[in-house]
Design a protein around this ligand. Sequence first.
Ligand code: FES
Length: 106
Amino acid sequence: MTLERAIALDDVWGGELTPVVVRGTKVLLVRLGDEVHAYEDRCPHLGVELSRGRLEGRVLTCHAHEWTYDAATGCGINPARARLKRFPVAVADGAVLVDIGGEPRP
Ligand code: FES
């Protein structure tokens, strides 16, 4: 697992959807309380950026066709079969670190 710095923790606000790019991959960060969750910034339905949607509590809604997800787990609410691609994430030294997989640049 290779965690890479994505953004300062202070720049990820609770209740907001925060898009970042890690090594060319669009990542959506969601801060819920003390936890930060990282997902591919891509709706599994038709690929729209989820960061353009909205967050109400822990319900993430895609703006395109209103599919909804649990922002704490990435599991679909409606439809229930949908799943977000989840990335390992950690917080260290005031930064959010994300593992998007693959080999980091040297
Ligand atoms: S692209 Fe997200 S619900 Fe259709």
